[in-house]
Design a protein around this ligand. Structure first.
Ligand code: GUN
Length: 312
């Protein structure tokens, strides 16, 4: 049987199955999916009488951090979300930043607070803990992490949400689950740090996907990645994952980013992986744009929580 799938959800190119074996993986178009989400956010913001507002704290002059913040500013402005930037020198005292956060916690017009990481010299844990959990649009506050781990309502890190959305999109395009099913019973392998894998593990549980984390220097790396129906890689080592490390038909999400000259590349060797996998989230154009879009959704969520709970 030859089956071709229509590209309705931003994937490119169309792909063809021969007797259920994918000839070439679809490349998940994170930019297109993110653009649709940002359009929806914009429509929702237009309907809101009290508009959401994001305050961003940016410390130091790391070019990558400044670039990420400029992307967040652009996304907010396009969506009609107020954006305020608080810039500090890299030597700013931790206490001074915490005092600013306290002021932002009190302001009703600021419904989201984000501290761009990494902080150059400050105590990150103390700074994040100063943010009110209902305004913590990064979902990094320990209260939000705990709520997620206990399956309670919480703000979830945008990167994890973006990855989950890409996995959902891939799942629906490759073999849509029957009505009422979540497409569960699968195994996900996450190659990366524990702090990166943790929120993903909880999200995957909700989708009945079992998760195992593996370090990139694990001697069994290849035999473990080969068991993955869903493989997520966030290491920052170009070419780490090759086709021979992939289970046939796996969904592969590349989260690594390494600058090589004027190009950004991921951890996945695209040429050897594409004929084996069923879907690949590329770098650039995969999780990057998704993370910004999911941040916009988190700002709406935080605004909603604050409206329900009233003044804090
Ligand atoms: N630095 C790299 N990724 C992130 C992120 O998702 N949020 C913040 N605040 N800083 C980051």
């Amino acid at each position: 049987m030859v089956r071709s799938l229509n590209n309705t959800t931003g994937a490119s190119p169309r792909f063809i199955y021969h007797d259920s074996i994918a000839v070439m993986a679809i490349i998940l178009d994170g930019r297109a999916i993110a653009a649709r989400i940002r359009d929806k956010v914009k429509t929702r913001v237009e309907a809101m009488t009290v508009k959401p507002g994001l305050a961003v704290i940016l410390v130091g002059d790391d070019p990558a951090s400044h670039l990420y913040v400029s992307l967040k500013r652009k996304a907010c402005e396009e969506a009609g979300i107020r954006f305020e930037l608080f810039l500090y020198p890299s030597t700013e005292a931790t206490e001074s930043i915490m005092t600013q956060i306290e002021l932002l916690n009190q302001r009703e017009d600021v419904t989201g607070i984000l501290v761009q990481l990494p902080l150059p010299n400050q105590n990150t844990d103390q700074v994040i803990a100063a943010i009110h959990p209902n305004k913590d649009v990064d979902g990094f506050h320990r209260e939000n992490m705990r709520a997620l781990s206990e399956g309670r309502q919480s703000i979830v890190p945008a990167l994890a949400l973006g990855i989950m959305k890409l996995v959902d999109e891939a799942t629906h395009q490759i073999s849509p689950p029957a009505k009422g099913e979540l497409g569960g019973g699968r195994t996900a392998i996450v190659v990366g740090s524990a702090i990166f894998a943790e929120p993903l593990r909880y999200l995957f549980v909700e989708h009945k996907i079992t998760t195992e984390r593996v370090d990139s220097d694990d001697l069994e790396l290849k035999s473990k990645t080969k068991t993955a129906d869903v493989l997520i890689v966030a290491v920052g080592q170009p070419g780490l994952i090759t086709g021979e490390m992939i289970k046939s038909g796996a969904i592969v999400i590349d989260v690594g980013t390494t600058r090589i000259g004027d190009k950004t590349v991921g951890d996945v060797d695209r040429i050897s992986v594409l004929p084996i996998a069923s879907a690949l989230s590329p770098v650039p154009g995969g999780v990057g744009p998704m993370t910004v879009a999911m941040l916009m959704l988190n700002i709406l969520k935080a605004t909603g929580i604050q409206n329900v709970k009233g003044k804090m």
